[in-house]
Design a protein around this ligand. Sequence first.
Ligand SMILES: [Zn+2]
Length: 174
Amino acid sequence: MEIVLFPDPRLRARNTPIETFDSGLAKLARDMFEVMYRTQGVGLAAPQVGMNVKLLIFNEEGKPEATEREIVLCNPRITSKSKERVSGEEGCLSFPGIYAPVQRHETIVIEAEDLEGNTFKKEFADWEARIFQHEFDHLDGVLFIDRFSPSDKTRLKPRLMDLKRTYQESLADS
Ligand SMILES: [Zn+2]
């Protein structure tokens, strides 16, 4: 399993709801955690590994031994969010080397299914809320660069052009 890098079209494709909660799904989630830990991430959405389904995982500590922090969400829906927004720096495994501040809701309440298909509710705050909103965006084909300020967009344009060039070259090589 490899991380899909910008501007791969799978990052913008439609993600279908999960309807089958089987061992294949559990394995996909497990494999995603492994890739995330290996690449020093704290969150990962299925389209980032080339699977266009509504699944996301995260671990706010980013450490494999912190299993109690592991969150797996199938078909997540936002049911309420705080008016307060906070700005914080974000990166993304699909955008190596790119970091910029993004505004996110401070707290957020969600509903989702677990790997067995049971619906549950959960509230996230602060860092966890930020990770959730970043990954949730991926399931809508929204990328964090879409939320950058105009000045950050300008500042990071050369780096994005580099990623586009690398992607074109990888297509030409395959
Ligand atoms: Zn991301």
